[in-house]
Design a protein around this ligand. Structure first.
Ligand SMILES: Cc1cc2nc3c(=O)[nH]c(=O)nc-3n(C[C@H](O)[C@H](O)[C@H](O)COP(=O)(O)OP(=O)(O)OC[C@H]3O[C@@H](n4cnc5c(N)ncnc54)[C@H](O)[C@@H]3O)c2cc1C
Length: 465
């Protein structure tokens, strides 16, 4: 049995793990990373990147379809388009391949040793890796658990056959004729919208009274309107009960407690993700939990000395950029630098249509924290660039303390607002006040001008409305 020793061992090469390993390698830390499946983890292989590739393809197809239907106000007309999903998926796989081999190259450049296989703790300093080529023992001074998350299954709808998770949805060979999405969180809505745009008849079943339940109604209304325009049937306050005997339809208890049938070629279950806490020898350790996640402190240390945890295994928000930021921080701590988690906000984006961005506190959250607040909202109907892009739906909203105008949060809904998350996050992280945003010159004509105008409006003197 082969044995190796290193200073840092990272288990899992998702965005948390691989960023941690690359940064540690850059800092001269002798690092090994173990991955059971594919470099890049959920994010690069079956999450963020492939879903956005599919969403982009669906947007392009929907745009051309509108033109073909004679619905383009731009005066463009053309013939009816076709989509060959297998080709779209192959294109998406090409992007995934480029990115994952990029990660491999970056790890090698940082002199990180990559080990393929399933890692399992033997004790707090030793891990056994099983792979097709044999068993290997790795001893490390510090170990990072970055095992990520997996889709949650519903007991009444186990995955298999027509019932699929986001992973299978991202690799379908053809557009299903009919698709029922169970769960109207961001993953379900992103994929449901994409398939509706590609021509599937889509229904969405959500147990909560609203879609995207963690967002306020002002933000989700434009998304609900667009789903309606795409003829997506949305059933809120409804529960998926299981398949019919022939497995050709989903039985649903609607909000009036009546049982209805939704015919479906595919049923996509997106009711959340669970941290991966099994298969890596947790039973050999004594790790404190925080609800269903591993408990960590503000340096990502677990309750055991020398063992860190990052990413989806450690809690909400389960987002790639949180995992990456934690990974980078832990690498620096292991290298001897003084770091701790002191982020003011973590942006969250729903790549729905239109997109939603939030960072920091919403008006309701800010009020709950206490103190007077100022809120400024600027609609895209008053933004020239939005008009030129046929994207007038939505707004940017800024929340600030009433006394010193410190920005507490920014929310936006609109076409391509995901790209504005950078500006919003920077404002929050830099401790900007309304005046800082309002007095920064924003390039014209851009969607970003709505951010400046929202700040001006909170100050009581918006110019363009
Ligand atoms: C459809 C979809 C869309 C998403 N879109 C976005 C988005 O737009 N933006 C965003 O920020 N987030 C998005 N996410 C979430 C994002 O993918 C995760 O937050 C992120 O991947 C978490 O990173 P991680 O490093 O914690 O874990 P993961 O990416 O889950 O990686 C964990 C890795 O650990 C490996 N592993 C587990 N156990 C072992 C073991 N015992 N031995 C060796 N290896 C092991 C796994 O094989 C995996 O590769 C999306 C997720 C999905 C499913």
């Amino acid at each position: 049995m082969k044995e190796i020793s290193c200073k840092l061992l990272v288990i899992g090469a998702g965005p948390g793990g691989y960023v941690c390993a690359i940064r540690a390698g850059q800092l001269g830390v002798d690092t090994v990373i173990v991955e059971a499946n594919y470099l890049g983890g959920t994010c690069l292989n079956v999450g963020c990147i492939p879903s956005k590739a599919l969403i982009h393809a669906a947007d392009e197809f929907a745009k051309i379809s509108r033109m073909a239907a004679g619905e383009s106000p731009l005066g463009i007309s053309l013939g009816r388009p076709e989509i060959e999903l297998a080709k779209t998926v192959a294109w998406k796989d090409g992007i995934v391949g480029r990115l994952t081999s990029g990660v491999s190259g970056l790890l090698k450049r940082s002199k990180v040793k990559i080990v393929k296989g399933v890692a399992k703790f033997r004790d707090g300093k030793t891990v056994v890796v099983e792979s097709e080529t044999g068993t290997q023992i790795i001893r490390a001074e510090a170990i990072v658990i970055a095992t990520g998350s997996a889709p949650v299954a519903l007991p009444a709808l186990p995955f298999g056959g027509a019932v699929i998770s986001s992973t299978e949805a991202l690799a379908l060979g053809e557009v299903p004729r009919s698709l029922v999405v169970v769960g109207a969180g961001y993953i379900g809505l992103e994929l449901g919208t994409a398939f509706a745009k590609m021509g599937a008849e889509v229904a969405i079943v959500e147990a909560e009274p609203t879609i995207l339940p963690q967002y306020d109604a002002e933000l989700t209304r434009p998304v609900a309107r667009r789903l309606d325009a795409l003829d997506v049937k949305v059933l809120v306050g409804a529960k998926a009960k299981g398949l019919t005997a022939k497995a050709d339809a989903l039985l649903v208890e609607n909000s009036d407690h009546q049982e209805i049938r939704l015919a479906a070629d595919r049923i996509l279950v997106t009711v959340g993700r669970r941290p991966v806490l099994d298969g890596w020898g947790r039973e050999e350790l004594v790790l404190d939990m925080d609800g269903r996640f591993l408990r960590i402190d503000d340096e990502c240390r677990t309750s055991m000395r020398g063992i860190y945890a990052i990413g989806d295994a450690t809690g909400e928000p389960m987002l790639a950029h949180r995992a990456m930021a934690q990974g980078e921080m832990v690498a620096e701590i292991v290298a001897g630098k003084r770091r701790s988690w002191d982020k003011r906000g973590i942006p969250a984006v729903c790549f729905t249509d239109p997109e939603i961005v939030t960072v920091g506190l919403s008006p309701a959250e800010a009020r709950r924290v206490g103190g007077e607040i100022k809120v400024g909202l600027f609609p895209f109907t008053a933004n020239g660039r939005a008009m030129t892009r046929l994207g007038e739906e939505g707004f940017i909203r800024i929340v600030a303390r009433a006394d010193n105008h410190l920005v507490l949060g920014v929310q936006a809904v609109g076409q391509d607002v995901s790209e504005l998350s950078t500006a919003f996050g920077l404002a929050l992280e830099m401790g900007a006040r309304l005046e800082d945003v309002a007095e920064t010159i924003h390039a014209h004509p851009t969607l970003g001008e709505a951010f400046q105008e929202a700040a001006l409006r909170a100050l009581g003197h918006a110019v363009h409305i």
